[in-house]
Design a protein around this ligand. Structure first.
Ligand code: SF4
Length: 480
């Protein structure tokens, strides 16, 4: 991407610093219904079966425990060293796997599971015995060695080379490290100490070669972080050469996440400093042979996401971006999200409620949503903006039998200011974000979000910042 003058961006930040969702789903969780429960979820699952018995599926499996609490954390996690508690949880998790398996069997359905993501929490905190047991349970649903993608999120202090070899032998082909920042001062204040040397020691060539991909998750907007210090983190990252890098925004919400109160507000960079930090990082990665993927991911040209971008199969979903092989996602575990066909659903958060529902052989559904035809059209427009920074009207028209300019007449009237400010170009058949406009794409998404117009509550995060949180809690904190 061409280099944009700092002042141009700073002026736009000052004007467009408004609140907006992160759009890992559309509509966002705020619109979902609390009346949507287990019975509705089962009907929704049957919809998958009716639509196409061979429909490719992804699973997200949540392990909610960590060995330490990072001060910036926004995930659904529990800190424990009580292994009985972990064992009790895993037995409950297996109940949910069995329930799903039984449901598929009763409906004479062999699920075509193509991808699995183990997230948390820190799934790498499981010991070898627990991990092998989990793999045995997963094998009831699918042969883990036959998956297109099988990823585990890793806290580097919980693994060694032997454990990484076990992951490989169990079918895992992508490992994802939660890094955040390599600066020791930043690490100290966020409570997450890990040296680059630890990563070097783990990622020896033999290990690297045994996995299809290595992901790093970084975070900007952290306390004591500066443009200069994060630039050094990027240099270290480039030396370690992950295949994929995600750079999330730290958003300070101590009223929602009490432990974030340990971070002093005065240590946080202001909006301009943090946005410029992200832009610098983006420029550095793209000038070092990483392809920018959507709003906050970067991938080597050989990585699945870069290939998907070229092949136009890239999709946005609850875990950020996916290559689009299996966009229908089923969540297993507390707090997990599902998104398939025209449904969304989420499991309960509390471990007690989770165990209680499963003890009655009920899916532990907290809430959910059935998309309307209009939601599906708008979701497609927002997906297109967040993946490709472009809306091709003819594309949308051919999929939904609408006339774009008529269907979105009101929304298109709102583009004038954005056009004048050089954020987007609106031509006969396209909306194209300009290079500077890429950083404000979520502002444009809000114009196509029918529900956003009537709700600008403070739960939304600033639209111009890429955030690792959403208008509601998300299931994965991206790589731990
Ligand atoms: S950031 Fe990740 S590793 Fe740290 S407490 Fe949260 S879930 Fe656990």
């Amino acid at each position: 991407m061409e280099k944009i003058p700092d002042m141009e961006i700073i002026n736009l930040i000052n004007k467009y610093n408004v609140q907006g969702p992160y759009y890992t789903s559309y509509p966002t969780g705020k619109v979902w219904s609390d009346d949507f429960r287990a019975a509705d979820y089962k009907e929704a699952l049957k919809d998958i079966l009716n639509e196409n018995k061979k429909i490719p599926l992804s699973l997200y499996i949540h392990f909610p425990f960590c060995v330490r609490l990072c001060n910036f954390c926004f995930c659904y996690t529990k800190i424990t060293k009580n292994f009985n508690k972990i064992d009790a949880f895993l037995q409950t998790l297996y109940r949910e796997i069995h329930l799903l398996k039984d449901f598929f069997t009763q409906n004479d359905y062999v699920p075509n599971i193509r991808e699995i993501h183990l997230g948390g929490g820190s799934p790498s905190y499981m010991n070898k015995y627990e991990f092998k047991q989990l793999i045995a349970e997963i094998s009831l649903l699918v042969d883990p060695h036959k998956l297109d993608e099988f990823t585990i999120e890793i806290d580097a202090i919980t693994v060694n080379q032997d454990k990484l070899k076990l992951y490989h032998d169990s079918g895992i082909n992508r490992i994802s490290f939660g890094i955040q920042d390599f600066d020791p001062n930043v690490q100290d204040v966020i409570g997450r100490i890990q040296s680059p040397q630890l990563l070097e020691k783990l990622l020896i060539p033999e290990i690297r070669e045994s996995f299809k991909g290595v992901n790093f998750d970084l975070m900007y907007g952290l306390p004591l972080q500066t443009r200069a210090s994060f630039s050094e983190t990027l240099d270290t990252t480039l030396t370690l050469s992950p295949d994929r890098v995600a750079i999330y925004n730290y958003f300070h919400m101590p009223e929602l996440y009490k432990h974030q109160a340990k971070i002093s507000k005065s240590d946080l960079p202001d909006t301009i400093e943090k946005t410029m930090t992200f832009i610098d990082a983006s420029n550095k990665l793209t000038s070092n042979n990483y392809e920018a993927i959507g709003i906050d991911h970067f991938a080597k040209l050989t990585d699945d996401l870069a290939i998907a971008k070229r092949n136009k199969t890239l999709r946005r979903h609850f875990m950020g971006y996916t290559a689009g092989r299996a966009p229908n996602l089923i969540g297993i575990g507390p707090s997990t999200l599902c998104g398939f066909t025209r449904y969304y659903a989420q499991n309960v958060y509390s471990l007690e409620e989770y165990a209680s529902a499963l003890s009655k052989n009920d899916f532990p559904i907290l809430h959910g949503y059935k998309l309307t035809d209009d939601d599906i059209i708008r979701r497609d427009v927002i997906n297109s903006l967040l993946c490709y920074f472009r809306v091709d009207f003819k594309d949308i028209e051919s999929r939904y039998k609408i006339t774009f300019n008529e269907y979105f007449e009101e929304e298109l009237k709102l583009l004038d200011d954005l056009i004048k400010d050089g954020i987007l170009i609106y031509s006969k058949n396209f909306i194209d974000m300009t290079p500077a406009g890429h950083f404000f794409v979520r502002n444009v998404c809000t114009l196509f979000d029918k529900y956003f117009k009537t709700d600008t509550s403070s739960q939304y995060v600033p639209a111009l910042q890429r955030s690792s949180t959403s208008s509601y809690k998300i299931q994965s904190c991206g790589g731990e």
